[in-house]
Write a protein that binds this ligand. Structure first.
Ligand SMILES: [Zn+2]
Ligand SMILES: [Zn+2]
Length: 268
């Protein structure tokens, strides 16, 4: 089994809209550079594939920085939309689906879904690279960008507007309250725990991930020049996708739903 990385220090904090959970200048600087193209660097891509994306905090932070700070773009909204993050995670969904399809028995399934390596943003923060810069990649004031990102105005609107469509899929173990289980799906984090005990039905999981990928690609298409319009289900798909790879704490907290504070997400 791949070694599990224990995340310690400030980056283990979950993201939220209050001061205790805020993004730091450094996190915004790195993620803003990410949105401006660092993500296409082949070395970074390889790390993202190995680790199944960014850590929990920085997956959501990536979406927040893009949604809050990117003010113009293609498609009906023209900006404040999770485009780059959705392109990355659609790619990860396709890879995960293929891995699950190839996996045999419990150990293979566990290996397929477990992260290996580290989050590139956490690694960047921990590195000895030159410290915080006052001016960012695109020459904007970091203080201002950080304050704007932490308001999470547009992110909250996305989460509220799409809740009806993602809520039925919330992982029952993240939800920690009774509710209909029809469309609910264990997140990757909780599947890891289940796979410590027993194998799962790989085809069912691959089918769920395939549905997410299809809707997520519909969403990214709607954000490109001349793309087809999105649908409410597609609009919700980036939330379900980031939540599947991490857990549901962030969208539940941001929409006033019950969050899993008693089970802080933890040693992945
Ligand atoms: Zn991280
Ligand atoms: Zn879960």
């Amino acid at each position: 089994m791949a070694p599990r990385m224990v995340v310690i220090g400030r980056n283990a904090r979950q993201l939220g809209e209050d001061e205790d959970h805020n993004l730091t200048h450094e996190e915004v600087r790195i993620l803003w550079s990410f949105v401006h193209g660092d993500i296409m660097n082949p070395g970074v891509r390889a790390q993202l594939y190995g680790n199944w994306g960014l850590c929990e905090r920085h997956s959501w932070a990536y979406a927040v920085v893009e949604i809050e700070l990117w003010e113009s773009g293609a498609g009906a909204r023209g900006g404040h939309q999770p485009f780059d993050v959705s392109v990355l995670y659609a790619d990860l969904l396709a890879r995960m689906r293929a891995e699950i399809g190839r996996a045999h028995r419990r150990h293979g399934q566990l290996r397929a879904i477990t992260r290996s390596g580290t989050c590139v943003v956490c690694a960047d923060i921990a590195s000895d690279e030159p410290g915080e810069m006052a001016v960012t990649h695109a020459g904007m004031d970091l203080e201002k960008l950080t304050a704007e990102a932490n308001r999470m105005t547009y992110t909250k609107a996305w989460l509220d507007d799409t809740m009806r469509y993602w809520r039925p899929q919330v992982c029952p173990m993240c939800r920690r309250e009774p509710g209909p289980d029809g469309d609910a799906q264990l997140c990757r984090m909780h599947l890891e725990r289940l796979l410590d005990q027993r194998a799962i039905e790989g085809e069912l999981l691959a089918g769920y991930l395939g549905g997410l990928e299809r809707r997520l690609r519909q969403l990214t298409d709607s954000m490109t020049e001349g793309g087809q319009p999105s649908s409410p289900e597609a609009d919700a798909s980036w939330v379900s996708t980031l939540a599947w790879f991490n857990n549901w704490t962030f969208p539940l907290r941001m929409t006033g739903g019950r969050e899993s504070e008693a089970d802080p997400s933890p040693s992945l």
